[in-house]
Design a protein around this ligand. Sequence first.
Ligand SMILES: [Zn+2]
Length: 451
Amino acid sequence: MKLTLYTMLSYIIFLYIFVKVIKTLPMKREKRSLPPSSGLFNAKPIFNDYFDDEDSYLDDEEEDLGDASYAEAVYHEPKKKSQSQRWKINFNKTKDDVFIIEGDIRLTVNQKLHTAPIFDTPNKRSRRAARSKEPEYLWRYNTIYYKIDSNFGRETKREIKLGIREWKRTMKNCLKFVRLDRDPKLERRVSQERFGGGPVHHILLTKTDTGCWSNVGRVDTNFQNQPLVLGRQVISIGDGCGERGTVIHEIGHAIGFWHEQSRRDRDKYVKIVKNNILYGQKEQFKRMAEKQVGSMGYAYDFWSVMHYGPTFFSKNGKPTIRILKDFRYLKPNMGQRIGLSYLDIAQVRAMYKCNILPSKESSSKCINKKTKGRDYRGTLDYTENGVMCQPWNKQYPHKHDYKLYNQKDGLGKHNFCRNPGGDRERPWCFTTLGPGFNKWEYCDIKKECKS
Ligand SMILES: [Zn+2]
């Protein structure tokens, strides 16, 4: 009797444990098999919590791409000698240079005839809001779908992934980069939900024998004015220019950037040395018409990944672009192809309106009236006018002198809103706008905490 009782008890305990173990198994399995991008396309409005998921922005990378934190490097890393060499390829191999301007920009016939303005000024915001249509050169839903063609070698493919990774990292709460070529199901879903079952408008990064080039902004037709085939907007990554920095640069064009040195106001900052330019290449250094390129008041950016280097298109190795005296003290790494500069990031965010709508940050945070928000340690990094803040340790476009407060007031390398010394009404920051614009603005935190 005793024996059977023991056997029965141990049997029951065994059963209990067995059931418990079995229950946990499928859960684990389920967790593992969830697609990395699930929940992405719930047809939510563009900004409303759309980017809230701590999106694993490396989810489509199977290999370890190493540590890549470029933003800081942009301002320190010395120039590489090979830059001008690499760039020569862009135009030498170009067949139909009718449509290629500035080395690597490919225009559609439409763009060539009447180029769409790429930026608006902040003052025109109300007018912009009145427009019913989204500017057609911007990527809808702030989402850039892309495919990487299979015609790349291993090394180039890696560089392309690193370039895209830099965009994902810096635009994390603003633009979404979604790879399609590895997930036909996802592509079908996007097609249904956003393109009425038609082809998904995407960037195809592909290898051609015409060097590296891209269109400016989102385009509906190819450079011969034909509708895109299967929604493909091509970025060409040819032989000899398949490096991370160039990939970042070409994607920059597709996002909506022209070259920085083609800005209307560039002659205030740099001098183009015509005598040193390669024969027939003076076109590369043209200024754009005001209609074509606006900079929304953002400071001229010597560090931009969209800026040419000092000897690009040089016939004799001597500079084709010289920095004017007043700015030489900055010692900019001009023509860098390491990563996006903070002004690049600021401009993309402005272009795609990522700073305008109230963020979760500003709606949830409140400031202490007594301290005037001196104790605010949140990560909000733009002003109430939707302008991104300049990092506190930068000296351009505005000069900071807040080293004194570094520790006590939470300042440092970042560009978050602060109120050092409690000097102003509430957290503020220096802006990324250029000279002649407000040097500082209040941040988008207005709520006072109820005590
Ligand atoms: Zn370019």
